[in-house]
Design a protein around this ligand. Structure first.
Ligand SMILES: Cc1cc2nc3c(=O)[nH]c(=O)nc-3n(C[C@H](O)[C@H](O)[C@H](O)COP(=O)(O)O)c2cc1C
Length: 373
């Protein structure tokens, strides 16, 4: 599948507008016949797939690789994600009110960086409709919520807007990620300052009880360590269960893409390869800070077995990807999962937690900790 995608399908798809291709391929992907066909191509080995299971607190994952937020904004791709091999999907971002997002064009490829630039602006069908789809999904998806894209919604109203979505989704979602880091709204990242985050988390905390799911926070790729540190302390005071590292970046300093092309594209968040190191750096920083007490999801530039391992070695328990699918094709998911299985078998490991802890130690002391030494 990967070679077919790389040499035949991708050159054709890349001739067309990226958002049109996304729309076209997700319309196709919604059809059960497509999911059935994908399931027949090189399925994951049934007897070995259980090696990738993980229990993280009350959450069970059949494998660590999930679909990142933004791809399935409206909760329509359950069968497709399952057929590709994803262990879970994060639906959204979902907002209290439906929104058409920013004017088009708003999604661009930057192949010289194996990345995308997007300023979608939280286009989605709104929580009233999406929560029904989520509740009907057999895979019990995770969801990602954000404030409605409307600069008129500010202050207390902005908090209420978030809380409305939280309430609607609390009984039907595997976990809820608070997206406080969307770079593409007119009003900016409304909850990434300490005071506003504290206010939001206090309101969310009042909604939580034994039957509500774990709550994660998704950070921007561009936060300085001192900022992450301050936000983590607030999060810890409000019983946040984990962190998603990270959202897209607005930093263009180290891109290979021609400056003129970038200027023509205009504003937007960068995803793909340019955010991988930023994501790994943040994972390491947060893991050192929280120890083993929280769940970390690594997302940003995961497009191969090597980048997936680097994110786990940096402290992630789970992984997500989006841009890798565009550049490497849908076969990427099984390619990474199969490589995990092969390497675990080679090292004689029988649990994914054991594999993760080996990768983390190996990152610190590469030679000493090789299995067999
Ligand atoms: C077109 C596009 C739309 C996105 N929309 C969202 C979104 O609605 N909410 C969100 O939290 N992240 C969104 N993201 C960010 C991704 O979830 C992810 O954090 C980021 O792209 C880095 O991962 P990647 O390099 O694997 O793409 C979007 C990314 C892209 C490319």
């Amino acid at each position: 599948m990967s070679r077919f995608y790389q040499y035949i399908l991708k050159p054709v798809l890349f001739r067309f507008d990226p958002e049109k291709i996304h729309h076209f391929s997700t319309e196709l992907a919604e059809r059960p016949i497509i999911a059935d066909a994908i399931r027949k191509i090189r399925p994951l080995p049934e007897d070995q797939i259980s090696l990738l299971n993980q229990q993280l607190g009350d959450l069970t994952f059949t494998n660590p690789l999930g679909l990142a937020a933004g791809f399935d904004k409206n909760a329509r791709l359950h069968e497709f994600c399952d057929a590709l091999g994803f262990g879970y999907r994060e639906v959204g971002s979902i907002t209290a009110k439906p929104s058409p997002g920013n004017p088009k064009p708003r999604l661009f490829r930057i192949p010289d960086d194996q990345g995308l630039v997007n300023r979608m602006g939280l286009n989605n069908d709104g929580v009233d409709i999406i929560s029904l789809r989520v509740s009907e999904s057999r895979d019990f998806p995770a969801v990602n919520i954000a404030k409605t894209h409307d600069p008129a919604i500010q202050g207390k109203q902005a908090v209420e807007d978030y809380v409305y979505s939280f309430r609607k989704l609390a009984q039907v979602s595997r976990y809820i990620t608070l997206n406080i880091s969307c770079p593409n709204t007119e009003e900016g990242k409304t909850f990434e300052t300490p005071e506003s985050l504290r206010e939001l988390l206090s309101a969310i905390q009042r909604e939580r009880n034994d039957s509500t799911p774990p709550v994660f926070i998704k950070f921007s790729a561009d936060l300085a360590e001192s900022e992450v540190f301050e936000l983590l302390q607030i999060a810890e005071d409000h019983d946040i269960n984990g962190y998603v590292c990270c959202n897209t970046s607005t930093d263009r300093t180290s891109l290979q893409t021609n400056a003129g092309l970038l200027q023509n594209i205009g504003n937007g968040g960068i995803s793909g390869r340019p955010v991988h190191q930023k994501s790994c750096r943040m994972l390491k920083f947060i893991r050192q800070h929280i120890g083993e007490s929280g769940i970390l999801i690594g997302v940003g530039g995961i497009d191969s077995f090597e980048t997936a391992k680097a994110s786990l070695a940096s402290g992630a328990d789970l992984l997500q990807l989006y841009t890798g699918l565009v550049y490497k094709g849908p076969g990427l998911v099984r390619e990474i999962l199969n490589s995990f299985i092969l390497e675990m078998e080679q090292y004689g490991m029988s649990s994914f937690r054991e594999y993760i802890s080996y990768l983390r130690q190996n990152q610190l002391f590469p030679e000493k900790n090789r299995p067999g030494n």
